[in-house]
Ligand binder design. Structure first.
Ligand SMILES: Cc1cc2nc3c(=O)[nH]c(=O)nc-3n(C[C@H](O)[C@H](O)[C@H](O)COP(=O)(O)O)c2cc1C
Length: 294
């Protein structure tokens, strides 16, 4: 275990450990204007949603490492406290990266990176036409801590492309293809191949890890993820269900292997349960795990 005290390190060195581990981070592609109306577009991965009522987004342009000066985004926000935060998908990643070059103040990165502007409804900075989610925001506060400027803003209007809306009118996660920043030059792409679902126990109260019988909890075959799935089950199968399960082909095969191949029942049960849990068949996994020696 590498243990580091930030006070004993150069902040840029510790930064590399922070950004390499607090990852992936979504990217706020922030469109701002100065008081003369010059448009600026810059990406910031120190960014997230921090509240829903009111809807609050925060992002943080740090002062330039080179000379400690404020970035154009902050200078603009001090003049016109409005921002459009545009989300970035894979189709935009290279142009987004190009826009992060430190062009002189007043340069419009929409033009430099080849993006199109679209008029906003409630704020002065334009939206990014290519972005599939655009949030028009009013800046509530800019908090300064050392070299960072934490921009706290409220979403006053949001626009979502029909390309990412599912049949139920909500965002279809499999259609978004968002990208996020990791450490160094690494990014991650959230498409249908890389994303996965974990059932959230909002309405039910699972039995919990500590209630799982010790022989299952201490299994050498089941992983922490498997035990998490098992502990998420609200009610264990009844004795009748467990006995009925004994007549299934799965159990007949397992018992045959125990009888004729001298295999350990527990190992076979745990292996079968692991396979079922990998397919998210949690109740059936419990039915397998609760079988007794014939
Ligand atoms: C994906 C990505 C994420 C970035 N995140 C941040 C960030 O969170 N904070 C920051 O100060 N700079 C960040 N940068 C660097 C700024 O985008 C860069 O300094 C930019 O030139 C600032 O532009 P401005 O001076 O026009 O505001 C990031 C760059 C990229 C490519």
């Amino acid at each position: 275990m590498l243990t580091l005290n930030p006070k004993e390190l150069d902040s840029r060195v510790f930064y590399s450990y922070l950004t390499g581990t607090i990852a992936p981070r979504p990217i706020a592609f922030a469109s701002t204007v100065d008081k003369l109306g010059n448009v600026n577009l810059s990406p910031f991965s120190f960014f997230n949603i921090m509240g829903i009522n009111p809807p609050i987004l925060v992002f943080s342009p740090n002062n330039r490492g080179r000379d400690g000066s404020k970035k154009d985004t902050i200078l603009n926000l001090e003049e016109v406290p409005e921002v459009v935060i545009n989300m970035v998908d894979y189709a935009m990643v290279q142009q987004m990266s190009l826009s992060s070059v430190e062009f002189p103040r007043g340069t419009n990165e929409f033009n430099k990176a080849g993006f199109r502007e679209e008029k906003s409804v409630f704020v002065t900075p334009p939206r990014l036409k290519e972005s599939k989610a655009q949030f028009e925001c009013k800046v509530l506060e800019i908090k300064q801590f050392g070299t960072m400027n934490l921009v706290i803003c409220e979403v006053i209007l949001a626009h979502f492309s029909s390309e990412i809306i599912g049949e139920n009118g909500k965002i279809d996660q499999q259609k978004t293809d968002w990208i996020a920043r990791m450490g160094g030059d690494w990014y991650v792409r959230a498409n249908e191949i890389s994303i996965f679902e974990v059932e959230k126990p909002i309405t039910k109260i699972g039995i919990g890890y500590d209630t799982i019988p010790a022989n299952i909890r201490l299994s050498k075959i089941l992983t922490g993820n498997h035990l998490g799935q098992l502990g998420n089950m609200e009610n264990l199968p009844t004795q009748t269900e467990i006995e009925a399960y004994r007549a299934t082909e799965t159990m007949k095969n397992i018992i045959e292997q125990v009888m004729f191949c001298c295999a350990f029942l527990e190992n076979l049960l745990h292996t079968e349960a692991a396979n079922l849990l990998n397919k998210n068949e949690v109740k059936e996994a419990w039915l397998v795990l609760l079988q007794k020696h014939p």
